[in-house]
Design a protein around this ligand. Structure first.
Ligand code: DX5
Ligand code: ZN
Length: 215
């Protein structure tokens, strides 16, 4: 059974408290918080104040996904804004080991994210240091995009590395997740499914979260 992290990016920002309370009442395990800077990705989402507002009402841990350049500048601010998992992109971190240690020192759980074109093998020297590996199954920047099929074999390769070396990190997949692809993703080794538009555009988001969880 997978853990579910609905993405607040797809919520109604004018009713953020209502939507967070819906997630509190659901079977979701985390609330996924997408931070976009208009530089690392072509879109700007929101920053620390909105993360804090979500945190204020949330009873589930925040899974903060930083799609920003030079994330080291903001790690402390997002820890203060409520991050439990704090995930940076491999592609944005020339000194990834240092960044991961910094996240640990702040008391958050470090995650590393990979864009669709980045092979999992680039993480071989850091897999023992992270709590989470986030595999992007769309190009980051927008919700509501189409799932990239190549993701399955990438997850299988990551799961094989995890088993071979006995690592304990969780595997998370993010982008275009729905009930069609969730069962196969879980079968390949995914521990956490992120879902934005599939949850928030559903007629019954609570049921959709429960269905994803049992997939
Ligand atoms: C994309 C974000 C995702 C996004 C997922 O850049 O990282 O977390 O919110 O949204 P859906 O599930 O709609 O693809
Ligand atoms: Zn995300």
């Amino acid at each position: 059974m997978a853990e579910i992290a609905p993405s607040i990016l797809a919520a109604d920002f004018a009713n953020i408290q209502r939507d967070v309370e819906m997630l509190n009442a659901s079977q979701a395990d985390y609330i996924h918080v997408d931070i976009m800077d208009g530089m690392f990705v072509p879109n700007i989402s929101f920053g620390m104040p909105v993360c804090e507002a979500v945190y204020k009402h949330a009873t589930k841990p925040l899974d903060v996904h930083l799609m920003i350049e030079q994330p080291d500048r903001y790690l402390e601010a997002f820890k203060k804004a409520g991050a439990n998992f704090l995930t940076v992109h491999y592609e944005a971190c020339p000194h990834l080991h240092r960044t991961i240690q910094h996240i640990k020192e702040l008391g958050a759980l470090p995650g590393v994210a990979l864009n669709p074109h980045t092979p999992v093998e680039v993480l071989s020297e850091i897999l023992g240091d992270v709590s989470l590996v986030l595999i992007m199954s769309v190009n980051p920047g927008f919700g509501g995009q189409k799932f990239i099929q190549n993701t399955y074999q990438k997850i299988a390769r990551l799961q094989a590395l995890k088993e071979k070396f006995g690592y304990t990190f969780k595997i998370e997949v993010d982008g275009g997740v729905n009930l069609d692809n969730a069962p196969l993703l879980v079968k390949e080794g995914v521990n956490i499914l992120v879902a934005g538009s599939f949850v928030f555009s559903a007629e019954n988001p609570l049921k959709t979260i429960a269905d994803l969880k049992s997939s």
